[in-house]
Design a binder for this molecule. Sequence first.
Ligand code: PGA
Length: 255
Amino acid sequence: MRKKIVAANWKMHLSLNEGKELVHDILKGLQGLDEHKLTVIATPFVHLNQTAGQLQGHSHIYLGAQNCHTEAMGAYTGEISAPMLKSVGVTYVIVGHSERREYFKEDNTMLAKKTDIALHNGLQVIFCCGEHLEIRDANTQNAFVEKQIVESLFHLNAEQLQNVVIAYEPIWAIGTGRTASSQQAQDMHVHIRNVISSKYGQVAANNMSILYGGSCKPSNAEELFACPDVDGGLIGGAALKADDFLFIIDAMTKA
Ligand code: PGA
């Protein structure tokens, strides 16, 4: 049985106190989770230690980070490594978010390295993929997303792949209010599962959690999560309000 996951991506939002309040409110309202229905909160780095403390003693809600460096340590001023994340209690790390790809020029080769170092240090990876609007308009999104997955994940062995979750995030839907239709999400998730199956077999593909991201919010979460191949969501804007985020978690647990 594959896991369903709703993961918050706070991006570069919230002061330390605001983050504390938000986590407090989420924990207060949280219900319905179990070992197959999880939540992740990916905070900015400076929040990690505080949030780790707040999550202590709570089950099925995990701490996430939004990025890590390709190297374990060294002279990389301003960067954060996978072992450091592990040392503060991080379980999941987002790798290859489209904002990192676009603004920080992270390419498939670099993301393969980030995936490696994260897995090597015992972190689980939320690997993001997804196409630009021009690619969707040209109807070449399947080949584009396949290339992202092949070039960044296909060097992994089957055991390593078990610690990877894929998040499909069409770039044209991120923060724009324009959501992919549930049919578009479902079609791409089936495609991604087929890509995984072609290399790792049907069982591995069936076990892979594939999340949808891009303007997922209370008004569309139920419909998106009702799709058989949508195993939850990576939530940006709507994860910054406790009520909205709890509603989305609820939609996942009931789907
Ligand atoms: P959004 O962001 O929900 O604000 O569109 C999703 C993401 O970028 O992970």
